[in-house]
Design a binder for this molecule. Structure first.
Ligand code: LMR
Length: 396
């Protein structure tokens, strides 16, 4: 039977990891997959994580299952991180946390929940969006449509987005990126979030907020502005949160599906369904990453260390954005690429064409996604002039 099965190309983002490894060019630069890198190009284990792991190794007493909702200490910590410790949503007991295998796992929970509990409802994603959003909702059998987000001149198309949201059928789900929009790096201002809230409320849409980069934009609380605004002003909101990036625990698969309902009674109903969705997918989530995060966030001293490390990472990325625009100055390209300093998070939509991206790879060993998305964290002071020169060569 397998003779009928066709080979397909690998994932466009994950495939870059292998391609980069194989490239013998000593000057090669990896601006591909969204992982943080320090000034030496490494993705180190954070100090707070190392300390938490040492404690866990010493104190862990069992490897038994942690249940479909995962570790309640982790769930509570993530709810407070995402919604704010003083959130009226938490005080009203309207929010439920289900630990998931990464943010991707949370998105799959959301997709399966929509399919089974909100039959006939479609999902609307930004154009462009993280390509795996398309894969996840397609795999779950949820109908997917797009709203505009970036215009032909590589700028945020907020008016286009808003007028598209105004046309969405009542009850459909709209996927919003909380911060550090992947792939574009263009985020909504506070005023724009307010306008999105109004349309979502008026049209009775269900927001699903993907929150994979909390702390990478402007700060832990500043980045949570959108999801908190929606959660505090709407009856129903879904949020998928990830600790992959802000705790650097990518391979530990540590995410959370947050469901917010009108009251605690409805929240318990929704929560009971979410346990079934998790059970049918993978039964129980992996425990280690969640245990690490809970250990850190429930210990003031460790949480302070973690916050400092996260601030260092954020500052480094935002500094690189500014320095990169400077590095383009000698080529007269600083104005053309000035938006890079304004974008937020790891990613920049550079506006480079797929052909220009191919030339960067083939002629210079510089790797980025063919959509023109670059991971700014892959830049370093040493490679900035090289990357600037290469970009000047391919756009010239
Ligand atoms: C990315 O967009 O590069 C990251 O979110 C990693 C991934 O899984 O694609």
């Amino acid at each position: 039977m397998f003779e009928q099965i066709e080979r397909v190309p690998g994932d466009a983002i994950l495939g870059l990891i292998e391609a980069f490894k194989k490239d013998p060019n000593p000057q090669k630069v990896d601006l591909g997959v969204g992982v943080y890198r320090d000034a030496h190009g490494n993705t180190p284990v954070m100090r707070a994580v190392k300390e938490a792991e040492a404690r866990l190794l010493k104190n862990e007493t069992t490897k038994s299952y942690i249940g479909s909702h995962g570790d309640p200490r982790y769930g509570q910590a993530v709810l407070e991180l995402v919604l704010g410790a003083q959130s009226p949503v938490l005080a009203a007991n309207r929010a439920s946390a289900t630990q998931s295998p990464g943010g991707t796992g949370a998105l799959r929970l959301a997709a399966d929940f929509i399919k089974s509990q909100l039959p006939g409802k479609g999902i609307w994603v930004s154009d462009p969006t993280w390509p795996n959003h398309l894969g996840i909702f397609h795999a779950a059998g949820v109908e997917l449509k797009k709203y505009p987000y970036v215009d032909a001149d590589n700028r945020l198309d907020f008016e286009g987005m808003l007028s598209a949201l105004q046309q969405i059928p009542e009850g459909d789900v709209v996927l919003l990126h909380a911060c550090c929009h992947n792939p574009s790096g263009f985020d909504l201002s506070r005023e724009q979030w307010q306008r999105v809230l109004e349309v979502v409320r008026e049209r009775r849409l269900l927001p699903l907020v993907d929150f994979a980069y909390q702390g990478f934009g402007d700060g832990l609380d500043a980045d949570a502005y959108g999801p908190r605004l929606l959660a505090e002003n709407l009856d129903e909101v879904m949020i998928t949160s990830s600790c992959s990036k802000n705790f650097g625990v990518y391979r530990e698969r540590t995410g959370c599906m947050i469901m917010i309902a009108r009251d605690s009674e409805q929240m318990e109903n929704v929560r009971s369904q979410m346990a079934i969705v998790a059970r049918e997918n993978y039964s129980n989530p992996p425990a280690h990453g969640g245990a690490v995060v809970a250990e850190i966030l429930h210990d003031d001293a460790l949480a302070t260390v973690w916050r400092e490390e996260l601030t260092e990472m954020r500052d480094r990325i935002n500094g690189l954005r500014r320095d990169f625009v400077e590095a383009l100055k000698p080529y007269g390209l600083d104005e053309r690429f000035a938006f890079i300093a304004e974008q937020r998070g790891m990613f920049s939509y550079t506006g480079l064409s797929p052909e220009q991206v191919d030339r960067l790879r083939d002629e210079f060993g510089i790797y980025m996604v063919r959509s023109g998305r670059a991971n700014v964290a892959g830049l370093a002071q040493e490679n900035l002039p090289y990357v600037a020169k290469a970009i000047a060569a391919v756009v010239g």
